[in-house]
Design a protein around this ligand. Structure first.
Ligand code: DAK
Length: 258
């Protein structure tokens, strides 16, 4: 692939957007490659994914403005759908996805990070939805996901004002879970991924599904979703092993993903 690299390290998969000359901006090729990469992840072994950007300056500086500038209405919709499809694939990806935000996360970059389950960032990170300054609306889910993560008031302030925020503010408003010096970001992302990977994989997947799907419906229905996913765990070897280990006062050596 030209602009996306994938590396498996044991049970952790690392996807890197690798177009540093354009600060990893998302053109159609990057979006297509990102989609293909997700399809090729071996879900029998990978238990957590990390998404990051190449270089030390930028996670993703947005959708590619040079590609977008001449789009027609129809082409704009097609481009928007391409991004939305791949971001939705990340959001609903069976295993948790961590965004390791190593610098600019603007426009489509902020949106990419928000399609991930958890965001951590380096202290040089900058988040924002600058689209209205370019004459467009956020097009890869920014109006929807930012409001859900940081609340409607903060999201409107950032989006209407095209106001970028630094890492500390992103942490304060709950857009990121943790801020690290740049050189500590990937080790921290891998540590977090490893912590997730050590737990019962089917239970972790079911938690992701329960949280994501439950947030789309009312509490009555949400609890039914949770009940069903909880019930499903009792058909797994990992539930039997996890509980047996507790009762026998020993540690689980490794969950089997069955
Ligand atoms: N697109 C294309 N190229 C970009 C880019 C981008 N978003 N961001 C940076 N680059 C390129 C620059 O053009 C430059 O290329 P060369 O001139 O060297 O060839 C190179 O990366 C280095 O950038 P700078 O020279 O500007 O670097 P600085 O350190 O001075 O500034 C910066 C860094 C991140 C502050 C600056 O590059 C910047 O402001 N970039 C644009 C950030 C931005 O506005 N991002 C939001 C893009 S809009 C939709 C679908 C999608 C979207 C909307 C609607 N629908 C279909 C409805 C999404 C929109 C966006 O994401």
């Amino acid at each position: 692939m030209e602009f996306v690299t994938y590396q498996a390290e044991g049970q952790i998969g690392i996807i890197t957007i690798n177009r540093p000359k354009a600060l990893n901006a998302l053109n159609s090729v990057v979006l297509e490659e990102l989609g293909k990469t997700l399809e090729e992840v071996d879900l029998n072994t990978i238990r957590a994914l990390i998404v990051t950007g190449a270089g030390e300056k930028s996670f993703v500086a947005g959708a590619d403005i040079s590609e977008m500038c001449s789009l027609t209405k129809e082409e704009g919709e097609t481009f928007g759908k391409k991004g939305n499809d791949v971001f939705r694939a990340i959001e609903t990806f069976p295993v948790p996805v961590i965004a390791a935000v190593n610098g600019y996360a603007l426009g489509g970059g902020c949106e990419l990070s928000m399609s991930c389950d958890i965001r951590i960032c380096s202290d040089n990170a900058v988040f924002g939805q600058p689209e209205v300054g370019l004459g467009i609306t956020p097009g890869f889910g920014g109006t929807q996901r930012l409001a859900r993560i940081v609340g409607v008031g903060k999201a409107k302030e950032m989006i209407y004002g095209a106001r970028n925020i630094k890492a500390e503010e992103a942490y304060r408003i709950g857009l990121v879970n943790q801020v690290y010096p740049l050189e500590e970001l990937m080790p921290a992302a891998k540590k977090l991924a490893a912590t997730i990977a050590a737990n019962a994989p089917i239970a972790v997947r079911n938690c992701k599904k329960a949280i994501n799907e439950g947030l789309q419906v009312d509490m009555e229905q949400a609890l039914v979703i949770e009940e069903k996913l909880f019930g499903g765990c009792f058909e797994t070897e990992d539930q039997r092993e996890g509980m047996a280990a507790f009762l026998e006062k020993r540690k689980v050596e490794a969950f089997s993903n069955k």
